[in-house]
Design a protein around this ligand. Sequence first.
Ligand code: LLP
Length: 424
Amino acid sequence: MSNFPLQNGVLHAEGVPLPQIAAQFGTPTYVYSKAQLLDNFAGYARPCAGRDALVCYAMKANSNLAILDLLARQGAGFDIVSGGELLRVIAAGGDPGKVIFSGVGKTVREIELALDKGILCFNVESIPELHRINEVAGRLGKRAPVSLRVNPNVDAKTHPYIATGLKASKFGVAFSDALATYRSAAALPHLDVVGIDCHIGSQLLDDAPLLEALDKLIELIDTLASEGIVLHHLDVGGGLGIDYGAGDAAPVPIASYVERVFARVDAWRADKYDGRPIKVIFEPGRSIVGNTGVLLMNVEFIKPGEEKNFCVIDAAMNDMARPTLYQAWMDVQPVTPRQGEAVTYDLVGPVCESGDWLARDRALVVEPGDLLAMMAAGAYGFTMSSNYNTRGRAAEVLVDGENVHLIRRREEPAELFALESLVG
Ligand code: LLP
């Protein structure tokens, strides 16, 4: 059953009617369902129970402290891409010992911070980065745990902006260079070579490319072991997609994918790896939070045009960048559906850009003052929002049954220029 049900003609978040949230907190507002969040996490955690496995939530998808706290309490680790994200994990009560640090451009200060806090592993993406981490660790008198992000050259068949495992990608070490890079890493005195990882892309509805990438990692682990480089963990990355309601094929259910990963890993360990232990790490982002949230917005004006009709809403590309950035199709539903003849609209925001649209060619029965909800907006929504046009970022609210928690208040305009100063 959906955690955003239409009940008595009104869209709800769990037990709370969305108009009540709009009245209390205004719009645009991101509204999250706690039950959905925990359910998605359990999709990963349940098949991991009793195994040497860790779910490191890719917090770039949604890094609100309340979300991190709820996941940390379920035992989640975190996949981070900046020192700022590490500080968020700690502020939310997460365990730095369950943090993996991804990204192609880690700075010296970020590496120092991560070593100081004792993270689980650096996912290293290049030889210069290996040298930098080695140098910083040596200076601090520490050993840095590292994994290499290997680029398995698998086609994730997703939008080019979010496909990351191909040869032309800036990410990872080429599969053909991996062995040599591992040898260099093993020779550096202040590094512990502990793992291997990959991440081939995002919004994958089929898990076949993910499993193909896993097979390539396994092949490499065997080769490394034969050279005496024995790894302790295998990180399969993130990437599992969600249903955006666009009529695409249904995504593979989380637990089925996780079970398929374990089936492959178990068969290989028994067959070829002499039953040696290896921890399996997952880095899911979107599949944990995507369908956990909606973006609640208000219709300001209806503007008929010569070629197009516009429905002007109070949310904009600064609140939700996915449509204009990736031509992503996001489902938009009326909060209180009306009877009547539908008109086809482009849903546009108040930002001064032609690219400021959230949905195109949608048949809706709407009037000014109506509320709309963009569905499945919980991932890469708020975290990619900006203050363009000096627009304060949206409020964020988490619903738990009948209870509503404000987990981030709306930004006030004065806060947006509070860090600036005049010259004279
Ligand atoms: N691990 C690494 C190293 C990543 O780069 C990412 C996402 C993930 C895990 C999590 O991937 P997920 O499970 O969420 O697919 N803003 C884009 C998506 C960018 C994904 C970036 N990396 C969007 O809105 O579609």
